[in-house]
Write a protein that binds this ligand. Structure first.
Ligand SMILES: [Fe+2]
Ligand SMILES: [Fe+2]
Length: 140
């Protein structure tokens, strides 16, 4: 079933919200392609590249502010699964390619509503400088 962008995904950090919309677009695109189709692997690679950049951005922000509930490991776990599935699809295990995009919507829903929500709140409350990826400067 197609994922839909919803107000409950809005975290109020423009770059996160935009990236999360793109994540949903990728999931819908990949769900619509048969894993046996020639374009599936190519689009899966594009999805993995986008997701690696998405997670990397959040990881850098979490580290810049010493975020106490850093969820880098969760990002790493999901990326490792995506890479593993990619290798298996390439070897002809198309079932796993389909399963990945059946499972990701529920993961995304809970990730955005818990871990990413806490991160966005922390960044906004701390006055994080998103333009320069900087914690607030104390003006001294
Ligand atoms: Fe995220
Ligand atoms: Fe995240």
């Amino acid at each position: 079933m197609a994922m839909e962008w919803s107000e409950r995904y809005v975290l109020g950090v423009a770059r996160m919200d935009e990236t999360h919309r793109e994540f949903i677009d990728f999931c819908n695109e990949l769900t619509a392609i048969e894993p046996g189709d020639a374009s599936f692997l190519e689009r899966l690679d594009a999805f993995i590249e986008h997701t690696a950049a998405h997670f990397d951005q959040e990881n850098r922000w979490m580290e810049a502010v010493n975020f106490p509930s850093c969820h880098r490991e969760e990002h790493d776990r999901v990326l490792a699964v995506a890479h593993e599935v990619r290798q298996r699809v390439e070897k002809g295990d198309l079932f796993l390619g389909r399963r990945l995009f059946e499972e990701l919507p529920a993961w995304f829903n809970s990730h955005v509503n818990t871990m990413d929500t806490m991160l966005a709140l922390h960044l906004k409350e701390s006055g994080f400088d998103f333009e320069n990826s900087h914690p607030p400067q104390n003006g001294n």
